[in-house]
Design a protein around this ligand. Structure first.
Ligand code: NAG
Ligand code: NAG
Ligand code: NAG
Ligand code: NAG
Ligand code: NAG
Ligand code: NAG
Ligand code: NAG
Ligand code: NAG
Ligand code: NAG
Length: 646
């Protein structure tokens, strides 16, 4: 399923430039699920129906039968990752879209959001969500807004190349988050504004810790500071030492306010654009602030396709052409290579790991597991607005919310799959098996939990409906030449993530269950859970597990390993926390219409990322590029590395 996710991610993603939230009303989505060849999709990116073709099968084809020799105990395995938590994958919600996806105020929470978070929390124990992003730097907490609104966008700042509208919000937003945590175990990161260090605004730190208490995981100081100068937020010459100094200013001010969060800061959140993480480490950042840092963070956009939607970015990339780049094991590992030095440095500094975020769907599973194996500790998938293609989930267009439900993208399934792969013990270690002779289309990982072999994660990136490229992995635990006793269990359980093609968007199932197609999701899994039992041959010490093309298989090596990740029951929220319920999505369209950027923004275009503030070019001028973006977006999705100080 990995690929499924992938592709879904792609599809879902179709779009914009990296992590862009565009504040301009485009034609709204319709219920069309496809459009004629040559026709152009002009609706919101998040609802683009384009489906990509799967790439051709690789030549030569990978062997369709291969063995995986495992040790029962972690003590015999070299190169295992640091201990990881099932909450590895979390979400990053752009501050400006909080009312779209999270809720309007403390007593008006969107039930699909609660349901989706509950799905993850029941597998992983908890969910990490960052509220922040490019909009955080100019956001400001005020005590009240007119009409009792909880959030309001100000005019576009014309001095700001990304034209991210400044946001004003009230403590009500923090009550919203806090009320959510009382229903589902969600822990929050908040972004501290850093646009003007001569006049710091740390109200969010003060009120954040007061209202969220233990549910506040950390405060992010600055977002992508390596791009501040390029975007005109800082004068020429602004460098890593300047950020180092500003971080210190924030810390000093927080100390003078007697805030507790001074030990929970996260940074530097470099975009790995104009600086490398090492540029910041070389300033002595970690040593100087080790008492205050809860995590080290990096963000990265591996690629973008701004050209597809905005003028002045050269030739758009055809997503169909770029698709194969995301459908093999090299995609994740090559991007992560850039950070291996940093994950090492983080560990030496007493940090157990670093995490980053970026990735889409199937690719997101492989990428997430590869990050985990490389000692990242968390990764957050970004949720932008309806104008982006990479959302794990998207609320319906504001004026259609009374009859449409949410749209859950394939990437969301990869979050569930990774949560279950790692389980709820906080103590899972990963090894990349270099399966099938290291073939890049059939990667696999083993998970050791509390020191014992617990689960296997096997991917097949190929698409072949004939079944000829499904593969069979013959698993052996101990025995043979390993010198260890035979340890293959009598049977294993297997849960599949499947879709008909890597290009498919809506026919994704995880353990036979689905969250529905476009506008169909209320955040609850539908259908019967299907977990298959595979009988092993204990005399031969083998277990044969089939992995479809395309597909992801999660193999539970014991019942304990399954209980450690499968939820016993799922809490769901239908009309809870809703003021007015017609169906499970109870957003008042009028309220939302005035709260998410549609008001007073006519004809203006802003975005939260660099260089993406131009007016959209004639939409659809290069429709295929959208999907590509999606892939790329997928990449952009995960953005941030977190090193947690345990
Ligand atoms: C929603 O708003 C868009 C843009 O204003 C409009 O094109 C669309 O027809 C509206 N949909 C409905 C169902 O009113
Ligand atoms: C929350 O928002 C709903 C919908 O706009 C509104 O009816 C309600 O009065 C708000 N509650 C508070 C406490 O502001
Ligand atoms: C949620 O937050 C509001 C503040 O708007 C508070 O008055 C209310 O008691 C909270 N509700 C719950 C269920 O905790
Ligand atoms: C920082 O952002 C606020 C908006 O929240 C704005 O009023 C202020 O002018 C900005 N300061 C600078 C130096 O850009
Ligand atoms: C790793 O980072 C350290 C500290 O910035 C630097 O001195 C060293 O050259 C880096 N090593 C590699 C292989 O990039
Ligand atoms: C595998 O992925 C890498 C990284 O994206 C890409 O450069 C390479 O072309 C892909 N290989 C194949 C055979 O598609
Ligand atoms: C991850 O950290 C462990 C423990 O420090 C180390 O043995 C392993 O080599 C690291 N993995 C990578 C890919 O750097
Ligand atoms: C996992 O870690 C979290 C955060 O530190 C903690 O709250 C939770 O109890 C831990 N779970 C287990 C099973 O130890
Ligand atoms: C995918 O789902 C759609 C809509 O439910 C359905 O029409 C289509 O036949 C499915 N495609 C496949 C290949 O199963």
């Amino acid at each position: 399923m990995a690929f499924i996710t992938l592709l879904l991610a792609l599809l879902a993603a179709a779009g914009g430039s990296q992590a862009v939230t565009v504040y301009g009303q485009q034609p709204i989505a319709t219920e069309t699920t496809s459009y004629a060849p040559g026709a152009t999709y002009t609706g919101l990116a998040a609802y683009d129906p384009r489906i990509l073709d799967p790439p051709p099968l690789p030549d030569p084809l990978p062997p369709s039968q291969f063995g995986i020799q495992l040790s029962a105990s972690a003590s015999n395995v070299q190169g295992l990752s640091i201990p990881l938590s099932g909450a590895f994958f979390g979400f990053s919600v752009e501050m400006s879209v909080v009312t779209q996806v999270i809720g309007l105020n403390g007593s008006f929470i969107h039930p699909p959001f609660l349901n989706l978070m509950a799905l993850v929390a029941e597998r992983a124990g908890r969910v990490h969500v960052r509220v922040g992003g490019n909009t955080q730097d100019t956001a400001r907490l005020v005590q009240s807004l007119e009409d009792g609104k909880a959030i309001e966008k100000q005019k576009v700042d014309t001095n700001n190349p990304t034209q991210t509208p400044a946001l004003l919000y009230t403590p009500e937003i923090l009550y919203l988050l806090s009320n959510i945590s009382s229903l589902v175990n969600v822990k929050w990161y908040l972004g501290v504004p850093l646009n003007d260090t001569s006049e710091l605004h740390l109200e969010i730190a003060e009120w954040g810790e007061r209202i969220l208490g233990e549910n506040l995981l950390g405060l992010q100081v600055g977002n992508e500071p390596d791009l501040y100068q390029r975007h005109g937020h800082r004068p020429e010459g602004y460098g890593p030492y300047d950020y180092f100094g500003e971080f210190g200013q924030v810390l000093d001010t927080m100390r003078s306010m007697n805030l507790k969060s001074t030990s929970n800061l996260i940074g530097p959140s470099v975009a790995t654009g104009d600086w490398r993480p090492e540029d910041v480490w070389n300033t002595g950042f970690i040593q100087a602030y080790s008492d205050s840092l809860a995590a080290l963070t990096v963000e990265r956009y591996p690629d973008d396709n701004c050209a597809a939607i905005y003028q002045g970015f050269g030739e758009p990339v055809d997503p169909q052409v770029a698709f194969p780049r995301y459908l093999n094991h090299t995609a994740g590992s090559s991007t992560i290579a850039l950070y291996l030095n940093s994950t090492n440095i983080a560990q030496q500094a007493g940090f157990p790991g670093i995490s980053t975020s970026f990735g889409a769907a199937l690719w997101a599973i492989d990428y997430g597991l590869q990050m985990g194996y490389s000692n990242f500790s968390n990764a957050l998938l970004h949720v932008g607005g309806q104008n982006v293609y990479y959302n794990p989930f998207t609320a319906p267009p504001t004026n259609e919310s009374s009859y449409h439900q949410w749209t859950v993208g394939p990437i969301f399934y990869s979050v569930l799959a990774v949560a279950e792969t790692l389980g709820s013990s906080n103590n899972s270690q990963l090894i990349d098996l270099q399966a099938n002779g290291g073939n890049i289309f059939t990667p696999g990982y083993a998970v050791y939990e509390n020191g014992n072999l617990a689960r296997l994660a096997l991917l097949n990136f190929m698409t072949d409906p004939s079944g000829a490229n499904d593969y069979t992995a013959t698993i052996a635990v101990g025995g043979g030449e390993s010198g260890q006793p035979n340890g293959t269990p009598a049977q294993v359980k297997v849960k599949y993530l499947r879709a008909p093609s890597v290009g498919d968007k809506w026919n994704v199932t995880w353990g036979g269950q689905t969250l529905g197609g476009q506008f169909e999701a209320d955040g609850r899994l539908q259908g019967e859970l299907d977990i298959q039992t595979v009988q092993c041959d204990q005399n031969a010490n083998t277990c044969e597990v089939k992995v479809p093309a395309p597909g992801f298989a999660l193999v539970f090596m014991s019942d304990d390993a399954m209980q450690g990740s499968e939820p016993a029951s799922t809490a769901t929220f239908a009309t809870t926390a809703i003021t007015k319920a017609k169906n499970t999505v109870t957003v008042d369209p009028e309220v939302l219409a005035t709260s998410n950027g549609h008001k007073g923004m006519k004809g203006r275009y802003g975005s939260t990322s660099a260089g993406s503030n131009a007016a959209p070019r004639a939409v659809g001028a290069y429709p295929s590029a959208m999907a590509l973006l999606a892939v790329v977006m997928g990449a952009a999705v995960v953005r941030r590395a977190v090193v947690r100080n345990v």
